[in-house]
Ligand binder design. Structure first.
Ligand code: SF4
Length: 266
């Protein structure tokens, strides 16, 4: 899928697997289960497919279907191909891997590279809520995840992006925001707040604008760089967590409906 921001910068959002084994409760892809890993050729092909149709692409994010750190060998090979100066020559700083929190994969990346940008789907700093929404928290709980992230940060000296899917009535209370801020504070980071996208057959609610504003305000007051993201791709069921209804990788008419950026102490 292609994402284009308000300045016209284009990002290829690549899938690393068909389906996903992680079973995040808010994600349509999770309901498919794991079908198979994509090979490095299939990952790079997504980039070429988008570039042929959409023109110059400056960034890559592994945020499509699948958990990239469970297909790390192939993701790694695809990154080396995409960054090879004899080919596309993408800078490692323009590539982001997004993980649900696979600790051995984070440590492997820190030790063996490639040193790309890291995004973590955090969603809640409350262990009970996180486990309910993201079963990965049973195997690699928050207190195991944090030291791995700090180790990764030591090798990159770059900030880590935390993706927080906000779900009405579940993780948008004042207490949730304070807990999240406290958990994140030792890590140099940016938080992306993503209101949950409605998905047929799922029991969750999108939070209200007021709840999102309040949540964002609490993080900003604590000096956390916070970006409020509005949905991209809802119309084609291709927004975050919706891949799976269409199995579609690409929507060429996709434009961000709105992206609001708030910055705290950067
Ligand atoms: S949010 Fe990501 S890791 Fe979780 S089920 Fe969906 S695709 Fe997999």
């Amino acid at each position: 899928m292609l994402l284009e921001d308000i300045e016209g910068r284009k990002t290829a959002c690549l899938s690393s697997q068909v389906g996903c084994a992680m079973g995040c409760a808010f994600c349509k892809t999770g309901t498919l289960g794991f079908l198979r890993n994509l090979g490095p050729d299939e990952i790079v092909e997504q980039f070429h497919y988008l570039r042929e149709r959409c023109g110059f692409i400056s960034n890559v994010v592994f945020m499509g279907m699948g958990e990239p750190l469970l297909n790390l060998d192939n993701v790694r090979k695809s990154i080396y191909i995409l960054s090879n100066p004899a080919g596309i020559g993408l800078s490692m700083r323009k590539i982001t891997i997004s993980t649900s929190g696979i600790v051995p994969g984070i440590i492997d990346l820190a030790k063996n590279g490639p040193i790309v940008r890291l995004a973590v789907s955090l969603t809640s700093a409350d262990p009970y809520i996180r486990t309910e929404l993201m079963p990965v928290n049973r195997k690699w709980p928050l207190d195991v995840l944090k030291p791995a992230l700090l180790e990764y940060q030591k090798s990159t000296n770059d900030r880590i992006t935390f993706e927080v899917v906000l779900i009405g009535g579940l993780n948008v209370r004042e207490k949730d925001a304070i807990e999240l801020a406290n958990w994140i504070t030792p890590i140099k980071s940016q938080v992306n707040l993503i209101p949950w996208n409605p998905i047929n057959g799922m029991p969750f609610k999108t939070p209200t604008v007021r709840q999102i504003e309040k949540f964002s305000q609490i993080l900003l007051e604590r000096g956390i760089v916070t970006v409020r993201r509005m949905s991209r791709g809802r119309g084609v069921m291709g927004a975050c967590g919706q891949l799976g209804d269409t199995l579609s990788f690409c929507d060429f008419t996709l434009k961000p409906s709105n992206t609001m950026i708030n910055r705290g102490n950067d």
